[in-house]
Design a protein around this ligand. Structure first.
Ligand SMILES: [Zn+2]
Length: 262
């Protein structure tokens, strides 16, 4: 058995487990057509199913209607009948017996166990399952081996709808959660923890010039005038050395007197 075949079957089983909750033991409902085909290819159904589905927990089963159908075929159906007679009988309560196809349809439509697989070469029976039991895996014999069919379009569309419902629900839930968090002031903590939002800072006080009031204007004028006077006083100031020199000059030479004389 190739690895890709294992991967394929695991993926399929996982699909049915995840979306439709199928569970072990798997009950494989087998009709005369499947048994007949297995005989042609010398397939040991029970052994190959265990290897293929990777579990020992497999119950091969059939109905009395299916066995009766192989009996009615005479010699051609003899081998298939012997195979079916080894299996567990699912009670169908059809007296007199009906066709295996109708019998299986009625059993599968009533079933709620999530354990059944259908094994049949009948396309119409498998299609019935695809339409009415999209949660149920179907299998047939092709290429000298038992093969699970890919999920039908019907099955996949149901899964897609389920996914949508789940996401819608979670959206609703998340909205309720948000509202509740807001009420409890938990959303602020969350914001602090996850992303820092830019806080609105005020204007930098250092970059602001104070508005000039009349008082402040007067104050600056006073300061300026004070500086001016200071400057003036400085200008009038003379060094002691110079003062002394002037005094000496006044003593010896009076300019005023000089002009008066003239
Ligand atoms: Zn029946």
């Amino acid at each position: 058995m190739k690895l890709s075949r294992h991967k394929f079957i695991r993926r399929l089983l996982n699909y049915y487990r995840t979306h439709f909750d199928i569970e072990i033991p798997f009950i494989i409902l087998i009709d005369g057509t499947f048994a007949f085909e297995a005989l042609q290819w010398k397939i040991q159904i029970d052994e190959q199913l265990k290897a293929y589905l990777e579990t020992e927990q497999i119950i091969c089963s059939t109905t009395l209607c299916a066995i009766k159908e192989t009996e009615l075929l005479g010699g051609i159906g003899f081998g298939a009948m012997l195979i079916l007679k080894q299996y567990d009988i699912v009670k169908c309560n059809h007296y007199p017996s009906i066709s295996a196809e109708k019998c299986f349809q009625q059993i599968l439509i009533k079933d709620t166990t999530k354990k059944y697989f259908l094994a049949s070469q009948s396309l119409s029976l498998r299609e019935y399952c695809h339409n009415h039991r999209p949660d149920l895996p179907t299998m047939l014999i092709t290429h000298n081996a038992i093969n699970l069919e890919r999920p039908s379009l019907n099955s996949r569309s149901i899964v897609e709808e389920k996914k949508k419902e789940r996401t819608n629900l979670s959206k609703h839930e998340s909205n309720v959660l948000k509202k509740r968090k807001h009420e409890l002031n938990l959303d602020q903590d969350e914001n602090n923890g996850e992303k820092k939002t830019k806080k609105k800072h005020g204007i930098n006080p250092l970059s602001m010039k104070k508005k000039k009031t009349i008082n402040s204007i007067n104050q600056t004028v006073n300061n300026k005038s004070e500086k001016m006077t200071r400057r003036r006083t400085r200008q009038l100031r003379m060094s002691s050395h110079l003062k002394e020199h002037l005094k000496e000059l006044q003593k010896t030479f009076s300019i005023k007197e000089f002009f008066h004389k003239e």
